[in-house]
Write a protein that binds this ligand. Structure first.
Ligand SMILES: O=C(O)CCC(=O)C(=O)O
Ligand SMILES: [Fe+2]
Length: 230
C-alpha cells in the first residue's frame, strides 16, 4: 500500500497544473463515522451556519472550536506541510511578496497576529435537496491558497452531491469539473486563484467551488482551510 506521502507526492504536480488533485484516502471508515457522529456534539463547535439563511445554498455546516479533534488537527498540520511548497511557488509566480512558513503552527501564529484567531475547519452536512453555492473560503487578509475537503460519507449513502469546481481564465468562458469522492478520500484545490503558465507569461485563473444538489440520503464532509478567520 502506498503511504500518504507517496500519494501526495504523486498528486502534487496535478494540483500545480489543474488547480485540483485527489490526495487518496486519508481517513479510515472508522474515523469517518466518528467524525460524522461529532456533528451532533455542539460543544465541539464555535458556530453553526444554516446556509439558506445567508443565501449560501441549503444544508448546514459547523466550524470546529479550538482545540480541534485529533484527526482533524493532525491532518491539517500534515497537509499544510506538504502543500506549503506549492503555495510558495504560486505566490512567487503571481508576483506576491508573501511566503508561507514551513509549519502550520507558525502560519497560525501569523494569522492570529493579524487578528484572524478563529478556527476554520468545518463539518458540512447536506440532506436530500441540499446544495452549496459556488464560493471562495476567504476570512481576512491572510489566505493560504490551497484547501482540502475530505468525504466522510460512503457514496452508497447518498445520490447527487458532486463536488463542483469552476475555473475562470481571463477572457474565456468558465469551465466546470464535477468530482465524486470515495469515503475518506481527500481533494486539494485552489481557494481563490492559481497561476497558469501561458505562451506570453503567467496569468491568473480564478477558482470557485460548491456542491451539486443531493437527491437522496445524507452527505457529510470535512473541510480543511488553513488560514483562520477574523
Ligand atoms: O462539501 C463539500 O464537498 C464542499 C465543502 C466546502 O465548501 C469546503 O470544504 O470549503
Ligand atoms: Fe468551501
Amino acid at each position: 500500500m502506498l503511504s500518504m506521502t507517496d500519494v501526495l507526492e504523486a498528486a502534487l504536480p496535478m494540483l500545480a497544473t489543474e488547480g485540483v488533485a485527489r490526495l487518496g484516502t486519508l481517513l479510515s471508515p472508522e474515523d469517518c463515522r466518528a467524525l460524522q457522529a461529532v456533528y451532533d456534539e455542539p460543544a465541539r463547535f464555535r458556530s453553526r451556519v444554516v446556509m439558506a439563511r445567508h443565501g449560501f445554498g441549503q444544508g448546514e455546516y459547523q466550524y470546529f472550536a479550538y482545540p480541534l479533534p485529533d484527526p482533524v488537527q493532525a491532518l491539517r498540520a500534515r497537509l499544510y506541510e506538504r502543500l506549503v511548497p506549492i503555495a510558495n511557488r504560486w505566490a512567487e509566480a503571481l508576483g506576491q511578496a508573501r511566503r508561507f512558513p514551513a509549519s502550520l503552527a507558525a502560519f497560525t501564529a501569523e494569522c492570529h497576529a493579524a487578528g484572524q484567531m478563529r478556527p476554520t475547519p468545518l463539518l458540512l452536512r447536506y440532506r436530500a435537496g441540499d446544495y452549496n453555492c459556488l464560493h471562495q473560503d476567504l476570512y481576512g487578509e491572510q489566505v493560504f491558497p490551497i484547501q482540502v475537503v475530505v468525504a466522510l460519507s460512503d457514496p452508497a449513502d447518498y445520490d447527487g452531491g458532486a463536488f463542483v469546481l469552476v475555473e475562470q481564465r481571463p477572457r474565456r468562458q468558465s469551465r466546470a469539473e464535477a468530482l465524486s469522492l470515495a469515503q475518506g478520500e481527500a481533494l486539494a484545490f485552489a481557494v481563490r486563484e492559481r497561476p497558469v503558465q501561458g505562451t506570453r507569461g503567467v496569468y491568473r485563473v480564478q477558482m470557485k467551488h460548491g456542491v451539486g444538489t443531493v437527491t437522496r440520503g445524507a452527505r457529510l464532509t470535512l473541510g480543511l482551510i488553513f488560514h483562520d478567520a477574523q
